[in-house]
Design a protein around this ligand. Structure first.
Ligand code: UDX
Length: 457
């Protein structure tokens, strides 16, 4: 039904358009946000690229609009791909968006576009067609502060990082150190990364508001500074979105999630299992893979390990070391892709060895699960720093990956007093985050503001 009647007046249904960046860590929170808005009565249209296209059949209530012009070469860094995508999708998006606005005008009102912060071009196109825009940041507030501070970080000489100063505190962005800053170590990437950041901050400044997947319980100071020091008026910390969004919305996973592991978890004792996953993009070399495998085996701790087929750089399928599968057959479960949120919520899971993508970090915190952190790139390093230093719910495994060191770190998290203390703190942090989601809590209030804004424009 496209219209409702209130007091004799016909009220046209409102539609929200969303455009996620087509990577798993960005698609999930955008679909979770769409789920929240849908449950508040908005119709949803999802614009998407052909690359990593979502499965429309899992979301029968949504309208999907593919945007061709495939600007997604298989090669190049992520940053190259994001910038190319913006360029290549501009004209087709303008055409598709104009058609959607034209077609819907009769029955509905389109309230606005919510796009990923890395889709500046699409946001500009939408505003050009007279549509209000909001930006979704799928990473932390600390990460966005780092983006905003990038010119200062160069002016003051924190960046580019010098080897002798990696552990120097960045006092303007405490508790970060130089080594935690968002920075590409690939030679020549510098300029591209700066461009990416300045585009993401511009996207927020040009739009009516910033919707951010975080919580006051985690980042009140960072959020306050974004509002005050950078004069961004509507900052809406609505997270963690996976806890707000109804569990009945279809999965936005790009890979098939192996639910068989839940049956296996059912057979394991309370908080005994270490869940191991390095997200959708992080990878390692064959030597590191071997050390991880033997580190897990030697720890003596039961584990559920997500081994993506492309986890080892240069291989289509990783080779497990001889004897490994036999050595762990009684207490190790290997799968290619997990229903991660369900796994972390399972009573048998007592720890998470993670790469600290922001979604994984939030999903772990949301279930009170402490973390062993092995960040690789982008915002993962600063997320790990916050886990260890600010929230005290985990610690970083630094340096070269070596089996003895790995086994020791796992035992510390899962079996020793320090790990228990982190587990206790994780429970407290979870409770504070849950408090923000209750009626009157800051995330709940932020969602109400977002809904009211979309109803008012
Ligand atoms: C990327 C970047 O690497 C990261 O720095 C940034 O913060 C987000 O985008 P990604 O590797 O995709 O991160 O990790 P993350 O943010 O943790 O998102 C992964 C998502 O995939 C999570 O929502 C997680 O629940 C899901 N997932 C992961 C699964 O469904 N199954 C798995 O087995 C592993």
């Amino acid at each position: 039904m496209s219209t409702t009647t209130t007091g004799g007046r016909r009220r046209r249904r409102r539609r929200v358009l969303v455009f996620p960046l087509p990577f798993q860590g960005h698609i999930n929170p955008m679909f979770e946000l769409a789920g929240v808005l849908h449950s508040r009565g908005f119709a949803i249209t999802v614009f998407h690229t052909h690359f990593n296209a979502p499965d429309a059949s899992r979301h029968p209530d949504y309208h999907f609009v593919p945007v061709p012009g495939d600007g997604t070469p298989a090669q190049g860094t992520l940053v190259d791909r994001i910038l190319d995508m913006n360029r290549a999708c501009e004209a087709p998006f303008r055409e598709r968006l104009a058609a959607v606005l034209e077609r819907r005008r009769e029955e509905e009102e389109v309230a606005g576009l919510v796009a990923d912060a890395h889709l500046l071009t699409m946001l500009d196109v939408a505003r050009g067609l007279g549509l209000p825009t909001l930006v979704l940041r799928t990473a932390s507030a600390a990460c966005f502060r780092c983006f905003l501070a990038y010119p200062m970080l160069y002016e003051k000489g924190y960046l580019p990082p010098q080897d002798s100063k990696l552990y120097m505190p960045v006092k303007e962005l405490a508790p970060l150190r130089v080594k935690d800053l968002y920075y590409s170590r690939r030679p020549g990437d510098d300029e591209m990364v700066r461009k990416l950041m300045s585009r993401a901050t511009q996207a927020v400044r040009n739009s009516s508001g910033l919707v951010i997947n975080t919580s006051d319980a985690l980042e009140a100071t960072e959020l306050e500074r974004i509002r005050n020091e950078h004069n961004i008026p509507m900052v809406l910390p609505v997270g963690p979105l996976h806890k707000v969004s109804s569990k009945t919305i279809g999965s936005s996973s790009l890979l098939n999630q192996d639910y068989g592991c839940i049956e296996w978890l059912e057979t394991q004792p309370l908080k005994s299992v270490l869940y191991v996953s390095f997200g959708s993009l992080a990878s390692m070399d064959s030597k590191e893979f071997l050390e991880v495998a033997w580190g897990l085996a030697n720890s003596g701790v039961p584990f559920l390990w997500v081994v993506r087929p492309d986890i080892v750089r240069g291989l289509d399928d990783p080779n497990f070391p001889n004897g490994f599968e036999v050595a762990v057959q009684d207490r190790g479960k290997l799968i290619q892709w997990a229903p991660q949120q369900e796994v972390l919520a399972h009573r048998a899971v007592g720890g998470f060895w993670t790469h600290n993508g922001w979604n994984s970090t939030l999903e772990s915190i949301g279930e009170g699960v402490p973390m062993l952190c092995r960040p690789q790139f982008a915002d993962q390093l600063m997320n790990a720093r916050y886990v260890e230093k600010t929230w005290g719910v985990g610690f970083e495994l630094e340096g070269v990956l070596e089996r003895g060191k790995i086994a020791k770190a796992i035992r510390k998290l899962m079996k020793e007093r320090e790990g228990d203390e982190m587990r206790e703190r994780a429970k407290e942090v979870k409770n504070r985050v849950d408090g923000c989601l209750e009626i009157g809590g800051s995330s709940h209030v932020a969602i109400d503001k977002l809904v009211n804004y979309l109803l008012s424009v």
